[in-house]
Write a protein that binds this ligand. Structure first.
Ligand SMILES: [Fe+2]
Ligand SMILES: [Fe+2]
Length: 483
């Protein structure tokens, strides 16, 4: 009997050291324009750590990149101190890195971050950062040092998580503009590692920062380079070797998607939302090493110790920090105090432009804000087929409320409107009408975004309800390579 092995997996913790900012407009503007919490990132990470440490039955913890927000040394040191804390609590900790973990002053190493900054009262000032080549040594204790095997080119490594259970942690440093993923020798190393794990009686799983399966069709067509670079080759390898699961991050989207090839071979990409998202989650995974049964669950935070949320839940507080949350929160001001609306959403909406065309902007935004779902139903030519009850509801439902609800589910997953809802009926019909219009008028700019054989309707469905595995937060599968 080999028993069970468990681990927690976190991604995109985007830690920002407290020493990197003073509470003033520059950091606040930066945070507003983002989609994750920056100032509260240490408290959020600590809250996750507290849960992990309290769980005496789970002794492995894995982080898969974008551990810090902008590659600066202060944040890396704060992050590593937390790894030390986990280790002191008896946990085995494994870390990989990604593009937010380093800077490249000359634009080399596929990195947007040329330098790291500290946010002052009035602006920013440069601060010390790590280069990509510094990372392996910095995290050696929490990576290669514990490995069964290390790929010399990428630094990817294999670890024994427990009796009969191995994890291969792939480092795909690169942002996909010219490279993201393993080169030929790295792929050979990976294939050998999978074979070795199987030959020695282990179940094997993979983890890599960039997604192998796109969370949504539209993502693949707009930003395919954001996927793990060799995703087709890796998918083929997983299918042919029967590797059942890869854990990914980067998109900040909670998403579980199954890929099945033409021969019926399959694997699942478990993409985990950023730990510092409004609805940040970590995965908790248990593998029965005798049967291969693998149970994947999600764990979030209900409270944020150390943060004054003003009586709000952790989610409401964090959601309100960033662009969508801010627009939603201050939306009522559109009617009563347009100037304050612009002020509060500055850094999110183009306040200067809107101010320059104030009358038009005010009218346009107010009109849009007042639109009801019935308007969309008429536009989608589905109004007549609605029941009187549905018509009544459509007249009472604000279109923006529906759109905000959809947006609230983009990162946490499990989109809200299943096919039996009025919202689905109306929006689905509207998208179908748009498809017809795009086709009829040959609107090339839109047509370019639609993959062959697909449609706006099909792509939009991803955002209406979970048309994938049924639940983005949990799945049970069996890791047997032949099942
Ligand atoms: Fe990230
Ligand atoms: Fe990333």
């Amino acid at each position: 009997m080999k028993g069970t092995t468990s681990f927690y997996l976190l991604t995109d913790t985007h830690l920002v050291s407290k020493s990197n900012w003073v509470d003033a407009p520059p950091i606040n503007r930066r945070e507003r324009g983002d989609q994750i919490a920056l100032k509260a990132s240490p408290e959020i990470l600590d809250a996750f750590l507290a849960k992990i440490i309290a769980d005496k039955d789970t002794d492995n913890v894995i982080f898969i990149g974008d551990n810090v927000n902008s590659g600066d040394i202060a944040s890396h040191e704060d992050f590593r101190a937390r790894l030390d804390r986990l280790k002191a609590a008896g946990k085995k900790v494994y870390v990989t890195t990604a593009t937010h973990d380093y800077c490249s002053p000359n634009g080399e190493d596929e990195c947007f971050q040329h330098d790291a900054v500290r946010y002052t009262e009035t602006g920013t000032e440069p601060t010390a950062f790590l280069l990509r080549r510094d990372l392996a040594a910095f995290y050696n204790d929490y990576g290669p040092k514990q490995a069964l095997s290390v790929d010399p080119e990428s630094g990817s490594y294999t670890v024994q998580l427990g009796d009969g259970v191995r994890m291969i942690l792939i480092i795909d440093n690169g942002n996909g503009r010219s490279h993201c993923g393993l080169f030929e020798e790295g792929m050979q190393w990976l294939a050998d590692q999978i074979k070795d794990a199987k030959a020695t009686g282990n179940f094997v799983m993979l983890a890599v920062h960039h997604p192998v399966i796109s969370p949504w069709e539209v993502y693949r067509h707009l930003v395919e380079y954001e996927l793990y670079g060799g995703y087709r080759e890796l998918s083929e390898l997983m299918c042919s070797e029967g590797v059942r699961v890869v854990f990914t991050g980067h998109t900040h989207v909670q998403n579980i998607r199954k890929y099945t090839d033409d021969a019926g071979r399959w694997f699942v990409d478990v993409s985990t939302t950023a730990a510092v998202s409004a609805k940040g989650q970590m995965r908790h995974v248990t593998v029965n090493a005798d049967t291969g049964d693998c149970d994947i669950q999600s764990v979030g935070l209900e409270t944020l110790p150390g943060i004054d949320t003003g009586g709000q839940s952790a989610y409401d507080y964090l959601y309100g920090l960033n662009f969508a949350g801010r627009v939603e929160r201050f939306f009522p001001l559109l009617k009563t105090d347009f100037d304050r609306f612009l002020e509060e959403t500055n850094g999110v909406l183009p306040a200067e432009k809107l101010r320059a065309h104030k009358t038009l902007a005010k009218l346009g935004l107010r009109t849009a804000a007042g639109l009801k779902l019935s308007f969309a139903a008429k536009l989608g030519k589905v109004w007549r087929s609605l029941t009187p009850q549905q018509k009544k509801a459509a007249k009472q439902t604000k279109l923006f409320d529906v759109l905000f609800t959809i947006f609230r589910h983009i990162y946490p997953g499990n989109a809200p409107y299943t096919p039996d809802t009025l919202e689905y009926t109306v929006l689905h019909a509207l998208m179908q009408r748009l498809d017809r219009l795009v086709e009829k008028h040959k609107i090339e700019k839109v047509q370019k975004l639609i993959p062959p054989g697909s449609s706006l309707t099909e792509m939009g469905e991803d955002f209406l309800y979970n048309n994938r595995t049924g639940d983005d937060n949990a799945i049970r599968l069996n890791l047997n390579t032949t099942s």
